[in-house]
Design a protein around this ligand. Sequence first.
Ligand SMILES: Nc1ncnc2c1ncn2[C@@H]1O[C@H](COP(=O)(O)OP(=O)(O)OP(=O)(O)O)[C@@H](O)[C@H]1O
Length: 432
Amino acid sequence: MTGIKLDSVSKVFSGRYVAVDNVSLDIAAGEVMVLLGPSGCGKTTLLRIIAGLEDLSAGDVWLGRTHATDLPPRERGVALVFQNGALYPNRTGRENIMFPLRMAGEDPAEAGEKADGVARILRIDTAVDRLPRTLSGGQRQRVAIGRALVRQPRIFLMDEPLSNLDATLRTELRQEIGAMVRDLSVTTVYVTHDQIEALTLADRIAIMRDGRIEDVGTPDQVYNDPATAFGAGFLGTPRINLMSATVRVTAHHRVSLDLGDQTLALPPLDRRSLILSRHDGARVIVGARSDAFTPTSERDENQLSGSLRALEFHGNQWIAFVASGIEMLDPDLVGQARPRHRAERSHTRHAVQRASVRTMLTNVAKAALHRSAAAPRTNDPHPPATHRRSDLVIEVDSGNGLATGDTVHLAVDTARVHIFDEQGRRIDRVTR
Ligand SMILES: Nc1ncnc2c1ncn2[C@@H]1O[C@H](COP(=O)(O)OP(=O)(O)OP(=O)(O)O)[C@@H](O)[C@H]1O
């Protein structure tokens, strides 16, 4: 088994577009690492870097103990499966699977046996005599996976392999891929923008944004103990509520979070109270998932209230939209201040070393600051709330007696609330 180490890896396209920005990541041998993030955040580029299909602008790649930065793709022992695992149309499923072995000069009978073995694992053994056009989308993708696996790669790279399949097939094949890569103990890097795929498949998830890794941890860690507001917003449906708040510290060092007309008090022994007790007046972001609120008729200090604007039936739950007057923030915009386009310069793999990328970033940061002084800020970490994002979104039990227009009081479980600084980074330490 082979681990992967990415050491301060950057990729700048055309000398000016930073697709991957100083990424360091250790993937253990046999681990399933999912790269998760919105379109354009650099997931595929990072995968192609591991495969050796992109030259680096800076940084190093290690595969096991091998320094692989300049190693050609065929010497890396990696196999890749893409969205459309394109198959040879005039070859049967079996011939497609055994093709890499035949190219490597393997005896046809032995290659055929290996292909049949892989087809059994992938549960397409009854379909492998057919041509691709007669196979279903799921079967075709299984053949593509089989063709990648038959060479027994040291590292298995998958780029959104399920995105062209329908929901049922996706679930089925996702479970099989998870079981298969674990049975084979092959180090796997899996790219997706689908949070369910990431949460269900991964040993660890790396959440990417703008070419960087925002957070990396087990599914439980990144969901329940998110390092950043963006990561917290990327996982979970409905999306986490992010409330703009000001820290208030009383004479007795009690800390409360001023949400405008409403307040949340932190318990005195809460570690966040200790951290914030020295930051009276600081702006923070309070994150609470929809299930951290409970509608209540009893009054107590840690309650928020508002008017029930809408109630939606989601099959397995009711979602309530509560107009609370609190300024809500969009997770996609919090802390987003970095332009992706860099200074106009021409860079080749050998010309751009780590230091020069750093200089480039500094220049761009200066330019951005200069621009922000002259023009209205479009990337303000606290953009004005929009009507669409101005409601608290909460889960309620079976819509029990609530009606739109009602005033609702919501008990807030402060233990389940996350506090981020203005740039969206957790103020307290996360467990990793
Ligand atoms: N060859 C290239 N030349 C210039 N820019 C590129 C090139 N390849 C990728 N990019 C840019 O780099 C950024 C990262 O692209 P990448 O494909 O890695 O993102 P992604 O997270 O995989 O997105 P998606 O989920 O949409 O596939 C994108 O904005 C893309 O336009």
